[in-house]
Design a protein around this ligand. Sequence first.
Ligand SMILES: Cc1cc2nc3c(=O)[nH]c(=O)nc-3n(C[C@H](O)[C@H](O)[C@H](O)COP(=O)(O)O)c2cc1C
Length: 299
Amino acid sequence: MLETEICNIKMKNPTMLAAGVLGSTAASLNWAARNGAGAVVTKSFGLQPNKGYPNPTTVEVTGGFINAIGLSNPGVDSFKGEIEKLERSVPTVASIYGATPTEFSNVAAQVDDMVDMIELNVSCPHASGGCGASIGQDPVLTAEVVKAVKKTVESHVSVKLTPNVTDIVEIALNSQKAGCDALTLINSLGPGMRIDLETARPILHNKFGGLSGPAIKPIALRCVYDVFETVNVPIIGVGGIRDYKDVVEFLFAGASCVQIGTAIYYEGLDVFKNINNGLLKYMTRKGYHKTAEMVGEAH
Ligand SMILES: Cc1cc2nc3c(=O)[nH]c(=O)nc-3n(C[C@H](O)[C@H](O)[C@H](O)COP(=O)(O)O)c2cc1C
């Protein structure tokens, strides 16, 4: 009953581990898969190793966390070693980033035959060097990245968009026209900040970071709802999901499946089993036989 399909990729349930949360090693990705995630997304990686920002990189706020990790990763060469070690009990999504269309397609080509889907991170709100949201806030540049990757790979390609734009539907439409197979909505919100009362200094080393967690759920839902009205490619919903009720809302708004990140800090990896058990009971009570029957019901 929970079996879900996105771009012909079969998942045993509609939940995925979101990029950047526990996804840096094969061990942590395997651990999420063993604990009930229907698919796993890696931490975003690029062409070269990247140290990211110094600590502190994460701070708790009401309703979630602000993080400015700065896309720290060991680079595609080393990350391929982790992907090779995956148990492959569930589909794998590689989250990749770059500063230019060529950089994106170069990284994508190196993992194309190792994963089920490639997710383009054009949406990190605290990336430097022309990466992340500085691409995803530009509809033309976003389309160029999508075209370059689609020309290069055979894997399905999802574009992960930032909510920090005037009109997310315009960027989604441009991504669709450029040939993406799916959209992942949304990356963290902001940037936002916190200030230390004793030192009067910003708490994060980078000063600003992306807001994630329950506080951003209404915005993520609205983005999914709006984009579903206009685009035809399937949507992967992400932002503030903590329990099965949140998942139901995302499906009703138009997501075909969902990703879970920050909730793992609150609930541990049991969050996947708890969501799937709750969803199954809800579907039985409401007479749904497949998650696909729920997609877009709120429209
Ligand atoms: C610590 C942390 C690291 C993250 N790293 C990435 C990343 O590498 N790539 C990416 O696309 N999103 C990254 N994200 C964003 C999440 O994948 C997700 O889009 C966002 O946190 C909203 O979902 P959530 O509220 O369930 O966490 C990160 C989020 C957090 C909290």
